[in-house]
Design a protein around this ligand. Structure first.
Ligand code: AMP
Ligand code: MG
Length: 489
């Protein structure tokens, strides 16, 4: 492993140097071979006993400089002045074949100074969930942390019940959070804020270093990236579940797959985390929560935006006020693409709104509604798949379909090209909660990792219909419905 560490160049108050705590009997679950190759890691080595020791945190590879980073955050709206990697260790950074820098982080690697009352460990179930869902997000082209590898630890972890333990190797362009900035802002440590902002600019937004006001441009670019990210969640029915400011990355990647879920039936108020009793992080609230979190970032950056406080506030406010429009643009563009609309008509927003109202009213399956529309959009209805065997649009959609067909008739594209594009932007295979739960249950209670491996492989290609995999596209039966996805990570 060829490390090239930059975060450890920052001052000591950004992190604590320490080694992962070894586990008793690591056992390989899976290596993400493609991602390993992308990072210049030999997948066969990573699967070897030496590689497994590295994944488990029992062996420190040469060049690694392990640390736990410090951050703060607003959790469910409440300020927590110090959080930090309580069960994660950043081994170091590597440069990918795309020239980008990636963090290599172990999750579940033991206690750190930031563990508070936690045990520093990860139960197997959440490790597998994060592996499956984060890789599914990446396959959907949604910026996300990735799963490089997972092992069982051979140890027990106590949550609501005793579970086998695991360690996940997480890869992200960085793990710098809004909460990292908030940590230093709360301490009025302007030097640290500046060093951190310079680090983020160099790493994620190098263009902004050329701007008149690099820190303002940084803020604007982070806001724009988050608007894109949240739009991409809304477009696939993804609910993050715990959008605290310590779970939003400056890189614009999705992170923290604790209580997340993909919706089956469309329900704007859907919540899957049982600790989210007020529905703060419900599907329909995600854009507003991102906006609020970004206001927190803007506030933390105030001392860097201008020497004069009131002009700093004005600059921050203007940047933040741009978020709803940026989100709306990204969302509308994505929705048009999902509906096979390549041009722009003023009435499109209404057409989209009417569809969503119908979907909510009839509680149709989010994913299959769009996939079905993709089939109906073509000259030949059954060309690519057979969603109709799994799902039919209710008759109440007929008047809407008529308006949609009229709209499509104004389009320059021919219907076959339109259908191909719609099939490529409306996934068929998503990590459905009941499938994720089944895969976890088989692994945890029967040590059977077959369903986990199968699901990872199915989800790696979310758009291509494969007849023998049809049941992976089906919505849950009533008895398979999962109401909560969060049970002690
Ligand atoms: P999360 O809810 O996963 O975003 O975690 C919130 C904070 O709690 C982070 O600072 C984590 O490092 C910490 N944390 C969560 N679980 C544990 C654990 N089992 N042991 C130690 N710290 C934890
Ligand atoms: Mg977190």
């Amino acid at each position: 492993m060829l490390f090239d560490n930059s975060y450890t160049q920052l001052p000591q108050r950004f992190y604590t140097r320490l080694r992962p705590s070894p586990v008793s009997a690591p056992g390989l679950i899976r290596v993400n071979r493609e991602l390993a190759r992308h990072l210049g890691i030999d997948p066969e080595w990573l699967e070897s006993s030496e590689g497994v020791e590295v994944i488990a945190g029992n062996r420190i590879p040469e060049g690694a400089d392990p640390i736990a980073t410090v951050y703060a955050g607003y959790q469910f709206g409440g300020w927590v002045p110090q959080l930090g990697d309580g069960r994660a260790i950043l081994l170091g950074e590597m440069i990918g074949s795309d020239g980008l820098r990636y963090d290599i982080q172990l999750k579940g690697s033991g206690r750190t100074p930031y563990s508070r009352n936690g045990d520093g460990r990860a139960p197997l179930g959440p490790v597998l969930r994060e592996y499956m869902v984060s890789e599914a997000m990446a396959a959907l082209d949604i910026p996300s942390s990735r799963a490089l590898a997972a092992v069982t630890s051979g140890e027990s972890v106590l949550r609501e019940e005793v579970q086998p333990g695991g360690v996940l190797v997480r890869v992200a362009q960085s793990h710098i959070r809004i909460g990292t900035f908030q940590f230093f802002a709360a301490r009025q440590d302007v030097d640290a804020l500046r060093l951190l902002a310079d680090h983020v600019i160099q790493r994620h937004y190098p263009d902004s270093s050329q701007a008149d006001n690099p820190y303002l441009t940084l803020l604007q670019q982070v806001i724009a990236r988050q608007a894109q990210l949240i739009a991409s969640w809304q477009l696939v029915g993804f609910i993050h579940g715990v959008m605290n400011t310590d779970n939003m990355l400056l890189s614009g990647e999705t992170i923290d797959y604790g209580p997340c879920a993909f919706m089956d039936a469309f329900e704007p108020a859907a919540v899957f985390s049982y600790i989210d009793r007020n529905g703060r992080y419900a599907y329909q609230n995600q854009p507003a929560i991102a906006h609020w979190n970004l206001a927190g970032l803007a506030e933390a950056l105030l001392p860097l935006l201008s020497g004069d406080h009131s002009s700093a506030v004005a600059l921050a406010q203007e940047s933040i006020d741009a978020f709803p429009e940026l989100f709306e643009q990204a969302y509308l563009l994505g929705m048009r693409r999902k509906l096979g609309i390549s041009s722009c008509a003023p009435a499109d927003a209404t057409l989209i709104q009417e569809l969503l109202s119908l979907m909510a009213q009839e509680a149709t399956d989010f994913t299959l509604t769009f996939r079905r529309l993709a089939e109906l959009a073509g000259g030949k209805e059954e060309v690519k798949s057979n969603v109709s065997e799994l799902f039919q649009l209710p008759a109440s959609f007929d008047p809407w379909l008529k308006r949609w067909y009229q709209r499509l008739a104004e389009e320059p594209q021919d219907s076959e090209q339109r259908q191909a594009e719609m099939l490529a932007s409306n996934p068929l295979f998503i990590p459905r909660n009941h499938l994720v739960e089944e895969a976890i249950a088989a692994a945890v209670s029967q040590q059977n990792f077959g369903p986990f491996h199968t699901l990872v492989e199915v989800l790696a290609d979310p758009y291509t219909y494969r007849p023998r995999l049809k049941h992976f596209a089906a919505p849950p039966r009533p008895d398979q419905r999962v109401r909560f996805t969060f049970c002690g990570t």
